[in-house]
Design a binder for this molecule. Structure first.
Ligand SMILES: Cc1ncc(C[n+]2csc(CCOP(=O)(O)OP(=O)(O)O)c2C)c(N)n1
Ligand code: SF4
Ligand SMILES: [Mg+2]
Length: 285
């Protein structure tokens, strides 16, 4: 029996993206198709999960299982999918608003559990879908639909948050830098544990065409001698002002949620092999 070889086009669904022409999310999607083909991900063993937002439409454009869920809830749902079906490759995707504003609490707890899934954030520093309100990533002073005199709030850095929360693999890229986005998407999926890929993905409609130019002007790459196991160095690079530093900032190996659950499982089996339902329930009394 001949084995199926998947090409990038095989991962395209019948739905055509409804994103505005020039939206940065096209770059993320095209890079994802390529990365999936290079990894030969089996569509029937892959689940894409998102929240709500322009970027959260992405699962609909990929020929795998997909869930376009509730605003800010991609990560708890992805956790449920992975915990119940560990053999699946689970990729959560969404926007900066979805993941850091309403979903910020879930981001923290999913990262610290180090569950083996990938989280790709399409970061345009704005709420795109709801017509241009400021997000937690919007720079201070920027004028948006909700901050007409300038944003009074300090912005947060998603990579700094991810490292602080306990993510074991953290990287940044720019959606116009397709080759790097493909490479980092592959690495993120291959990482055992919670991997977080922050992709700066311009919103041409609410941040203007200039966002591409502005990001390109700030684009920087981690030096070849950067040690991704060095947490302080990773935090130093991600905090650099006026730079969008791309590459793998942080990469460490520690036990993942399924490793820890297996330890508990083994302990429980030692106490009582094949317990009855009543015996299991009685352990809670
Ligand atoms: C509970 C709830 N609150 C608010 C909304 C409205 N809402 C939908 S998408 C969104 C923000 C989207 O921004 P982001 O996640 O950055 O995605 P983008 O559209 O920029 O890709 C908001 C506030 C909602 N759908 N559900
Ligand atoms: S509003 Fe912005 S983020 Fe949404 S599709 Fe258009 S360009 Fe992309
Ligand atoms: Mg956004």
């Amino acid at each position: 029996m001949s084995e199926t070889i998947y090409k990038a086009n095989d991962y395209k669904s019948d739905l055509k993206p409804v994103w505005c022409p020039g939206c940065g999310d096209f770059g993320v999607l095209n890079a994802l198709y390529k990365a999936m083909a290079e990894l030969q991900l089996v569509p029937a063993n892959t689940v894409m999960v998102s929240g709500i937002g322009c970027s959260s439409r992405l699962p609909g454009y990929v020929e795998t299982y997909g869930i376009n869920s509730l605003h800010g809830r991609a990560l708890p749902l992805a956790t449920g999918v992975k915990a119940s079906s560990p053999e699946f490759t689970v990729i959560a995707v969404g926007g900066d608003g979805d993941g850091i504003a309403i979903g910020g609490n879930h981001f923290m707890h999913t990262a610290r559990r180090n569950i083996d899934l990938t989280y790709i954030m399409m970061d345009n520093e704005i709420y795109g879908l709801t017509k241009g309100q400021a997000a937690p990533t919007t720079p201070i002073g920027d004028k948006t639909k909700s901050t007409t005199y300038g944003n009074p709030d300090h912005a947060v850095d998603p990579c700094e948050l991810a490292i602080s929360f306990g993510a074991t693999w953290v990287a940044r890229a720019f959606s116009g830098d397709i080759k790097l986005v493909v490479e980092l998407t592959k690495k993120a999926i291959q990482h055992k544990g919670f991997s977080f890929l922050n992709i700066i993905s311009p919103c041409v409609t609410w941040r203007g065409d200039d966002q591409f130019k502005e990001i390109r002007a700030k684009l920087a790459y981690l030096p070849a001698d950067h040690d991704p196991t060095d947490r302080s160095a990773a935090l130093r690079y991600t905090r650099e002002k006026d730079k969008v530093t791309s590459g793998v900032l942080y990469d460490v190996i520690t036990s993942s949620l399924d490793d820890e659950m297996e330890v508990i499982h083994q302990k429980a089996i030692k106490v009582k092999n094949n317990p009855t339902f009543q015996e299991m329930i009685s352990t809670f009394y």
